[in-house]
Ligand binder design. Sequence first.
Ligand SMILES: Cc1cc2nc3c(=O)[nH]c(=O)nc-3n(C[C@H](O)[C@H](O)[C@H](O)COP(=O)(O)OP(=O)(O)OC[C@H]3O[C@@H](n4cnc5c(N)ncnc54)[C@H](O)[C@@H]3O)c2cc1C
Length: 462
Amino acid sequence: MLNSTNRFIKELRKELTSENVLSELEERYAYAQDASNSINIAGIPDAVVFVRNTEDVISVVKKAKKYKIPIICRGAGTNTVGACRVEHGGIILNFSKMNKILEINKENMTAKVQPGVILGQFQDEVEKLGLFYPPDPSNLRVSTIGGSIAQSSAGAKTFKYGSTKNYILDLEIVTANGEILHTGSDTVKNATGYNLTSLFVGSEGTLGIITEATVKLIVKPESSKVIMAYFDTVDDAVNTVNMIIEQRITPATIDFMDFNAINTVEQFYPTGLLCDKEAALIIEIDGFKNTIDFQEKIINDILLRCKASAIQISHNEEEYNKIWMARRSSMGACAKIKPNVTTDDVIVPRNNLAKLVKGIQNICEKYNLTTCLVGHVGDGSVHPQIPIDYNDADEYSRFKLAKSEIYDLTISLNGTISGEHGIGADKREAISKVVNTSALNYMREIKKVFDPENILNPYKIF
Ligand SMILES: Cc1cc2nc3c(=O)[nH]c(=O)nc-3n(C[C@H](O)[C@H](O)[C@H](O)COP(=O)(O)OP(=O)(O)OC[C@H]3O[C@@H](n4cnc5c(N)ncnc54)[C@H](O)[C@@H]3O)c2cc1C
């Protein structure tokens, strides 16, 4: 006698073919973890299901509803908060076969994409046509558009261009009932009813399943250049951020690496970073070619006034890529120090940035933890990356205490516990520190409206 899960999987296999339904133990284990790198694998999926089109998704959802089986969507699994871990059984819905760019419309400056499209590849295709899709999480070479929408991802270029939220015009959603819902329209403006698009962006797969997205594009800046400025103190680096912003010039990015991040990257992925410096800012300027020198001069003057002790400037694409590769390698490099690595994502209003950066460094020092600090500091956003050995119980308990203090510090500085990585499973307990009871209750009611049976990524976020 088959139980309901087995009946469900049997039906899926019949409809989607066996090659699209993986259920061997080792296959299921491979999808039990995500980039949150949790200490415990809470559970493993009952099956991993590859969908090829919206009809497949509808069919899976209807069957899951019938058998009350949870569905956990998964793009590349690179979220850092346990958003696609399987805690209550159910299937992983894998979008790697829904990876087509359906349209790039030059006239409208919009594109339609399936959720499994790799973000970096999409940017490349758009840029070939002189257009630009700015949202750029640091791991854009592997993460998917669907995951970035569900997680409300941002990235270095948020400072000038905004985040994923600002570029989504319409989502095709398969609801928990198996119906298709459109959240917006193909137009670049829309004041027609509630803004459902905004509700679904950042909903972490808990409200509906994204099967297609219409995104806004902008004109690709004609030219860009990246300036890596080094400082002998963290204070000097952070003060420089404010000085740049006080001028009427808006770089595309103002990113940050501290001493540990610089040295760890240089140890494992050497690119010629200056290892005796306490901090570095990665400032990208872009725009018309004939404005680049002007912007560079203004920034250079500010850097010198703010005691930058060394400046590296990209003169060609290779040098440009080298600097960004160094910044984007920090988590990979940290992962080489100890068996595990964790990252976090706290954000404060920019005027409290210095207190946050120094505070995190002090907390980690107090608990004898190494931290590599990187961040999109132009936004007030900081990622403490902490290498750790989960087998060391004492280190793990110090790590938990440090995390809690980092959240308390962030909140005391009027910040919040996620600027771009989301809440998932890992920050669920902390959400009530920053979202008040009334707002949380409305969120719970919204969840019930869209997913009354609680089958879509259950119990994530709150
Ligand atoms: C090294 C590193 C650097 C990073 N840098 C940044 C950064 O700079 N900025 C930033 O914002 N983030 C960053 N992140 C986090 C990560 O990039 C984002 O969360 C990412 O966009 C997730 O994409 P993914 O395809 O891996 O999604 P997944 O991790 O697979 O999924 C994320 C969430 O989306 C849901 N989901 C996936 N597909 C769908 C769908 N079709 N419909 C509904 N829900 C869906 C999942 O259920 C899950 O809740 C970084 C992560 C790493 C590991």
